[in-house]
Design a protein around this ligand. Structure first.
Ligand code: GTP
Ligand code: MG
Length: 258
């Protein structure tokens, strides 16, 4: 299944997000340096890619410019997962069993999210928010289920608002607020669903309960609430394809940079 099984100790980044977001397009761009038309993924694919010599990882910024390690390609693994609702266990597995996981990229189609704002609500936004909610909840559980009181290792999550070459796409700051408010809805409707199913309020124990994402309050969910469990969420916009059909990935962050 995995195209590259060799070096599991390489730093790795996990690509997740709804179907059609452009995850495999980004992976093939990294792998081949050009855009190749993709099909919906049914299995995860992991490839070894490297940053150009000229690009320095943020973690190396304190090294001397003459450091010989600057002269080699910085290799890492990029793991692509299928976005289809029935195949998300691959992504969840990738989150739960981190080998040398350095960051998670949650990619969304910013043009898809912006559509259907009128009328019956935005199904694409709801699905993206539900998926992101589940990923973040898994990450939150890393700390609530840990036996020591020590906070878990920091893990950045980059929300990549893709397809900004399309004029219908929502700009990254609006993708952020749209997802935050829709996750608020997901959070309360999940809780309501549990209550309706006969679970008592006491059993639920909201606030400390592991099923409740973010802080205990019933206000709005904000990504900053993930800081407490050492998950730093940032949002960046970009596009894998250029509007003119040329490859233009200058806007797409290859990896979370902090
Ligand atoms: P699943 O494998 O089903 O989870 O989807 P995916 O996230 O891997 O999507 P994929 O990479 O296959 O891309 C879906 C479609 O979006 C393809 O037709 C891509 O060419 C297109 N696409 C990807 N990135 C961009 C972009 O930046 N702009 C535009 N306009 N189209 C894009
Ligand atoms: Mg794919």
């Amino acid at each position: 299944i995995y195209r590259s099984t060799s070096s599991t100790t390489l730093p790795s980044f996990l690509l997740v997000g709804p179907s059609g977001a452009g995850k495999t397009a980004l992976l093939t761009l990294f792998e081949r340096g050009q855009h190749v038309e993709t099909r919906t993924s049914q299995v995860p694919i992991s490839v070894e890619v490297s940053l150009p010599v000229s690009t320095n990882a943020a973690s190396l910024k304190y090294r001397s410019v003459n450091d010989p390690s600057n002269q080699v390609h910085k290799k890492f693994l990029l793991a692509d997962t299928p976005g289809h609702g029935k195949l998300r266990h691959y992504a969840f597995d990738g989150v739960i069993k981190p080998q040398n996981l350095k960051g998670i990229i949650f990619m969304v189609d910013a043009a898809d999210i912006s559509m259907g704002n009128s009328g019956s609500g935005n199904e694409a936004l709801r699905q993206a928010a539900e998926y992101l909610h589940d990923i973040l909840l898994l990450l939150q559980k890393r700390s609530t289920s840990s036996k020591t009181s020590k906070a878990p290792k920091e893990l950045p999550v980059l929300i990549a608002a893709n397809k900004l070459d399309l004029f219908t796409a929502l700009p990254a700051p609006l993708v952020r607020t749209a997802l935050e408010s829709e996750i608020s809805n997901v959070r309360s409707s999940k809780t309501k669903g549990l209550l309706d199913s006969g679970i008592g309020m006491n059993d639920l124990d909201i606030g400390e309960e592991k099923e409740w994402l973010g802080d205990g309050g019933d206000g709005k969910f904000e990504f900053s609430q993930m800081d407490e469990v050492n998950v730093a969420v940032s949002v960046a916009g970009g596009n894998v394809l250029g509007a003119d059909g040329q490859d233009d990935h200058s806007n797409t962050s290859p990896a979370p940079q902090r």
